[in-house]
Design a protein around this ligand. Structure first.
Ligand SMILES: C[S@@+](CC[C@H](N)C(=O)[O-])C[C@H]1O[C@@H](n2cnc3c(N)ncnc32)[C@H](O)[C@@H]1O
Length: 245
């Protein structure tokens, strides 16, 4: 399947209409649960000095909440967050300079907390962690430094950084097809972390299980629960000699 890659530069101009349409249709065809999201191509907002300043001011870590060893809800994150969760992610994700992509990072709270608590991952040049989000006005990202944020043109788009990625993180992804597409595209990916509600596991287990071998249950880490009841953290390692779907 041909993939469409978007520049890392925020507010990159969208592709020409025919190209983007053919890609969205190709992606849709491989997706079991296609929905209107897949063909949504948001208008690309224009960067102005005023909104750039506002965005930059917001991108600092002083606003990050304090985590404890008990998973807790935060308005800017679908997943409950805890210190054991950050430790687990730090342990299973490859160390810098290996590249990790968090696909659909939303406001980037979990990712920013990971950088804060494990500063060895906060290297900026080159970055070893990118939160990938779709373009929107105002930007969806609120917590990640700009150096760690990549914007793609729509829900159908795959970040070109996947070519260098060695790990992928999906936190409450909505589309199984997007997970499958990233697994197919990431030739160097060796670790995948999926975090979501228990009721979604069966839907995502197909492509994840075909791609890799699951770690033993990881609900506790360093003596603490990583996420709340009803949520699951899955860690997969690429299956040696396996066939990618
Ligand atoms: C349910 S939200 C989860 C956000 C965040 N991970 C969290 O846990 O709070 C799913 C996110 O995926 C984003 N998304 C959808 N398609 C995407 C794509 N192709 N590339 C990057 N992000 C995408 C949406 O914009 C949305 O912010």
């Amino acid at each position: 399947m041909e993939l469409h890659h978007i520049s890392t530069a925020p507010w990159h101009s969208p592709p020409s209409a025919p190209a983007s349409r053919s890609i969205s249709l190709a992606f849709q065809a491989t997706t079991a649960n296609s929905d209107a999201d897949l063909i949504h191509t948001p208008a690309q907002p224009k960067e102005t000095p005023a909104n750039k300043k506002k965005r930059t001011r917001k991108n600092h870590t002083m606003d990050l909440p304090q985590l404890t060893s008990t998973p807790a809800r935060h308005s800017a994150s679908c997943a409950s967050l805890s210190l054991p969760l950050l430790s687990l992610l730090h342990a299973v994700l490859p160390q810098p300079p290996s590249l990790t992509l968090s696909i659909g990072a939303g406001p980037g709270l979990l990712e920013a907390l990971l950088l804060k608590h494990h500063p060895s991952r906060a290297c900026a040049n080159p970055a070893s962690l990118y939160g990938i989000e779709v373009a929107a006005a105002p930007p969806v990202n609120r917590f990640l430094p700009e150096a760690n944020a990549v914007v793609v043109g729509g829900t159908w788009a795959v970040a070109r950084e996947v070519a260098d990625a060695e790990a992928l993180v999906f936190v409450y992804p909505r589309q199984v097809g997007l997970v499958r597409t990233y697994l197919d595209s990431g030739a160097r990916v060796r670790v995948v972390v999926w975090i979501g509600p228990r009721c979604d596991v069966s839907e995502f287990l197909g492509p994840l299980g075909a791609w890799g071998v699951e770690d033993v249950a990881l609900m506790d880490w360093e003596g603490g629960k990583v996420v709340e009841n009803g949520e699951v953290v899955l860690v997969f390692h690429r299956r040696e000699g396996g066939v990618l779907r």
